[in-house]
Design a protein around this ligand. Structure first.
Ligand code: C5P
Length: 234
């Protein structure tokens, strides 16, 4: 028998999981930019499935049909823009109602299964920063650095409010607090891949932290873990 050795270069994976509006998307994107790594916004995939289900009037109760949409999702990521078919839906999928749809389709095991290989396909050299709910627990359990970002419901509702207003969506802080609460409940209590820190994750509470401080902490953890040397380029 001949032994075969893999020659593919190692890929450093950083997973950043956490509840809605904990700041993980912003932190993950900046960390990926700083390191020259690829970036996976897994929530966007669930949002795209939610949007497709809404547009095709597919009932959420029809798990096989929604999974079918996920399996053939005609999406494309180009820089910071996200396309569904040829339409730029980057801003459309950020609407609160699409977030709620995403959380509902994300509770369906067949949908999570359908999105599995699409997500693992983002693992490419030199590295990947993946943000979501189950990046460190289910999709990339082999990740070298796992971070779990949290923040109080009030801090998250305020952040989400600012994001929505900036994007021109209507928003009411009391409704957002309620939505976040319900979404947290659904995300943490579902039977498949519930929102939870991986056993080997480092938790970072961003309630009183600015984005730069959160990014610095993640980069410090990366420097401590990365092979060959211990300093980042300025
Ligand atoms: O992160 P974001 O708020 O864009 O995610 C939208 C919804 O998609 C979440 O509330 C969650 O229910 C679902 N999701 C998930 N697993 C992921 C990422 C997002 O179930 N890895």
């Amino acid at each position: 028998m001949t032994a075969t050795f893999s020659t593919s270069p190692p890929v450093f994976i950083i997973t950043i999981d956490g509840p809605t509006a904990s700041g993980k998307g912003t932190v993950a994107q900046i960390v990926a930019d700083r390191l020259g790594f690829h970036y996976l916004d897994s929530g966007a995939l669930y949002r795209l499935v939610g949007l497709s289900a809404m547009r095709t009037k597919t009932a959420i109760e029809d798990e096989a049909a929604v999974a079918g949409l996920a399996m053939t999702l005609p999406c494309r990521f180009e820089g910071d823009r996200i396309f569904l078919d040829e339409e730029d839906v980057t801003d459309t999928i950020r609407a609160e109602e699409i977030g709620i749809m995403a959380s509902r389709v994300g509770a369906l095991p067949a949908v999570r299964q359908a999105l599995f290989s699409l997500q693992t396909g983002f693992k490419r050299p030199p590295g990947l920063v993946a943000d979501g709910r189950d990046m460190g627990t289910v999709i990339f359990p082999e990740a070298q650095l796992k971070v779990f970002l949290t923040a109080s419901v009030d801090a998250r509702a305020e952040r989400r409010y600012k994001q929505l207003i900036e994007k021109g969506f209507p928003a009411k802080i009391s409704d957002l607090r309620q939505d976040l609460f319900e979404r947290d409940q659904r995300d943490t209590s579902r039977s498949v891949a519930p929102l939870a820190p991986a056993a080997d994750a480092k938790t970072l509470d961003t309630t009183n932290l600015g984005i730069n401080e959160a990014v610095s902490q993640v980069l410090d953890w990366y420097v401590a873990k990365k092979p060959n040397g211990n300093a980042l380029m300025p």
